[in-house]
Design a protein around this ligand. Structure first.
Ligand code: HOZ
Length: 439
């Protein structure tokens, strides 16, 4: 365990802060995935972070594999991002009017994503997917949406059906408060199963507005698409007159500069982005073919709006982040790949040595260690993992200064500031943690 002040980890201040937080926030958190209920123990409260390191309120340091759930690809407090935000803030935090910075970031996004002809900024991934669905329904005049079990597209009513992330972590089958009439319009199918999608189109001719998916699932743990799966979905949706919405909130700018669209040569109708595109500030994006995007008000009849959409601080952080990724594309993505491979494979090797069954799924700088020995290609298979063993591993890693996402059904991330020292420390910690949990 690394600590700035002591060799013995203590969490006294975090416990006090947790008690205070529980007075004000349900479960003491402002997003359920931050609670440690699935792994046991209480979450450390973060005071600050730099590069690959997070420091908690008691002065304990951790190697961070959460990265704010994805955005911090360039490491925490990356100087160009911090300075860009500070510069923008000096001109006021918000205007509720257009600024040049919105088109500056849009231009970069469109360059990285040839499938995107026009975009609109929103403030979260939830808003982005919710708006993309509305647009797809308006464009097709159809109501049914196909999503996939274990994929999470934010918490809009119609997208919580058999969702991943916290919904899977806490075993919530849908969500109370979602009217069944709305849930009935969402058909959740197994991921990586083309035949299931074909059957759904056969059963509901001319009724399916869109297929939405995570092109690499991150919210059931990391699950890559099988060869040919994404291409089949593209072909099917085209043939059936439905839109293909690729939700790249997690994968965008992470698995490649142009996300999964670049990696798998995909040409979807609509794309949603979030996380990295905002450089750590709240930004969501939905964009795609102009013929659909021009249906939005004020040009068309589909309404969508936001006071803080295209916020100048968020645009500044996004420009600094995406700009850096564009300028250093080759070295950034090579480094992300080699560091991620080293840590993912190194930890898997420690599991094998300790006799712990582990399946590692990884695409670039996102991965999951599933606590089971079988292939994981969909949510049902992910759900067979030994979540109790994962919880023990998580706690043992945290005690050794490594902060992993607190759920078996989430992806781990790293960034460009993770280096050899962090990889080595993580593998050593994992070796000890595996030996501990098998004893
Ligand atoms: N979508 C993120 C990872 N599954 C977490 C965001 C949140 O729910 O707080």
């Amino acid at each position: 365990m690394s600590s700035e002040t002591t060799k013995t980890p203590t969490h006294t201040r975090s416990h006090e802060l947790q008690q205070r937080a529980e007075r004000y926030f349900p479960g003491g958190v402002n997003s359920p995935v931050r609670a440690f209920r699935a792994v046991g123990g209480a979450p450390p409260f973060v005071e600050r972070a730099e590069g690959p390191w997070v420091v908690d309120a008691d002065g304990n340091r951790y190697i961070d594999y959460v990265g704010s759930w994805g955005p911090m690809i360039l490491g925490h407090a990356f100087r160009p991002v911090v300075e860009a935000i500070a510069r923008a803030a000096r001109n006021s935090a918000s205007f509720g009017a257009s600024t040049a910075s919105e088109a500056d970031l849009a231009e970069r996004i469109v360059t990285c994503y040839p499938a995107i002809e026009k975009i609109r900024f929103v403030s979260s991934g939830t808003e982005a997917t919710m708006s993309a669905i509305r647009l797809a329904r308006a464009a097709t005049g159809r109501k049914i949406i196909i999503k996939f079990e274990g994929c999470y597209h934010g918490h809009a009513d119609g997208l919580l059906v058999k969702a991943g992330s916290g919904v899977a972590t806490f075993g919530i089958p849908g969500s109370a408060g979602v009217p069944e009439e709305i849930a009935a319009l969402t058909h959740a199918l197994p991921y990586n199963d083309t035949a299931a999608v074909e059957s759904a189109f056969d059963a509901h001719p001319n009724q399916i507005a869109a297929v939405i998916l995570e092109p690499v699932v991150g919210n059931a743990g990391c699950i890559p698409p099988m060869p040919g799966y994404l291409e089949a979905l593209r072909e099917l949706t085209r043939r059936e007159g439905a839109l293909l919405i690729v939700d790249e909130v997690m994968t965008g700018f992470r698995v490649a500069l142009g996300g999964a669209c670049e990696l798998y040569r995909l040409d979807p109708d609509l794309v949603t982005l979030g996380k990295i595109v905002g450089g750590g500030l709240p930004v969501g994006v939905f964009g795609g073919k102009q013929r659909y995007m021009d249906m939005l008000a004020p040009l068309g009849p589909v309404y969508q709006a936001g006071t803080l959409s295209g916020n100048p601080l968020a645009m500044a952080a996004g420009i600094a982040t995406v700009g850096y990724l564009q300028e250093h594309k080759a070295e950034v993505y090579a480094r992300l790949e080699s560091t991620s491979k080293a840590v993912a494979d190194g930890v898997a090797a420690e599991a094998a040595k300790a006799g712990v069954a582990l399946t590692t799924n990884r695409v670039g700088a996102m991965w999951t260690w599933f606590f089971q020995g079988d292939l994981v290609t969909n949510y049902d298979e992910a759900a067979k993992s030994d979540t109790a063993a994962f919880g023990r591993f998580h706690r043992a890693m945290l005690d050794r200064g490594v902060w992993l996402p607190p759920s078996q059904f989430e992806a781990a991330f790293l960034g460009t500031t993770h280096g050899d020292a962090e990889v080595k420390a993580t593998i050593e910690a994992a070796g000890e943690a595996f030996r501990l949990i098998v004893d």
